[in-house]
Design a protein around this ligand. Structure first.
Ligand code: NAP
Length: 281
């Protein structure tokens, strides 16, 4: 079984991106800038933002975190985004989710210029992705896609099953695999026989949030399994896939932690650099 080492693949990607930033600086005499807006003091968001900032600095991006208290007015945040939209030194803007209830998430997402939307959540980017045009792609599915391609470069004709249909994971993941000529099934909480769907799959991407939902007897021999889930349990953090038993059946599998997580952050940096390059065209 191939253990898909997301930590290692992400480190290699960051190194490639670091070199690319050096080349871009030599060519344009400027470097891509990433600004993250963090509202409130929720512990997981603080940790994610710190990891993103560290990774951005490591590859040589210009990086900035703007922090607001939980009670900040929506208008203050929207005005700041407008200001960053006009700032030519900023290639990527990310507003860390979730947001406090009084702030309209969709309004925030739609205020970010599509060209600077490094999370790939703006409806323009969602539409471009599903139309097969150039777009910013949400970081987690992009990371999953790059890991799948490492194991199997030719995905044409493969049967892929997404478990979960969120805008963040299942839907964009399905679009990426469809573009690779996979036959894609998107499953969700109302799917009648999830096990039967999974048993058909050459590739399973599980993004559900249910600890160890996917068992060995759900998995076809030699399938590629990507585990997006992060679930806190009494036994620590586990994914949506029962790792031990599934590792005996699968051809390749991502661990949790150390699989999808590190790739998500590396892909944010990749998206920022891509935004910069598009803006120079
Ligand atoms: P989400 O928005 O809650 O979506 C979960 C999806 O799972 C929904 O589409 C839901 O179906 C489906 N679902 C729920 N129960 C199901 C069941 N019994 N059978 C089949 N489908 C079922 O979650 P998300 O934001 O996509 O995140 C999913 C997981 O990934 C979470 O554990 C999250 O922490 C993790 N995550 C990890 C990363 C990373 O970087 N590693 C990034 C993002 C998220 P309905 O649509 O019918 O409700």
């Amino acid at each position: 079984m191939i253990l898909i080492d997301g930590k290692k693949i992400a480190a290699e990607l960051r190194e490639e991106l670091r070199q690319e930033v050096v080349e871009l600086k030599a060519k344009y005499n400027k470097i891509p800038g990433l600004t993250v807006i963090l509202i409130g003091d929720m512990a997981p968001s603080q940790i994610y933002v710190r990891m993103k900032e560290k990774a951005a600095n490591e590859v040589g991006l210009k990086s900035e975190v703007i922090r607001y208290p939980e009670a900040v007015e929506e208008k203050t945040v929207l005005d700041k985004i407008e200001e960053l939209n006009k700032d030519e030194s900023i290639s990527g803007i990310l507003v860390q989710l979730p947001l406090p209830k009084h702030i309209d998430k969709q309004k925030v997402i739609e205020t970010i210029l599509p060209g600077k939307d490094v999370d790939g959540f703006h409806p323009m980017n969602v539409g471009n992705l599903s139309s097969g045009y150039e777009s910013s792609v949400p970081c987690t599915p992009l990371g999953c896609y790059l890991m799948i391609k490492k194991v199997e470069p030719n995905l044409s004709g493969k049967k892929a099953v997404m478990i979960g249909r969120s805008n963040l994971n299942g839907k964009p993941m399905a679009q990426l695999l469809l573009k690779e000529n996979c036959t894609v099934t998107i499953t969700h909480s109302k799917t009648k026989d999830l096990k039967a769907e999974c048993l058909e799959a050459d590739i399973i991407v599980a993004a559900v949030g249910i600890p160890e939902l996917v068992k060995a007897d759900w998995v076809k021999k030699d399938a590629i399994i990507i585990d997006v889930g992060i679930n806190k349990t009494d036994n620590g953090i586990v994914g949506d896939v029962a790792f031990e038993e599934v590792s005996k059946v699968a051809r390749a599998l991502t661990p949790v932690p150390g699989g999808v997580g590190p790739m998500t952050i590396a892909c944010l940096l990749k998206n920022t650099i891509e935004s910069f390059k598009r803006s120079q065209k």
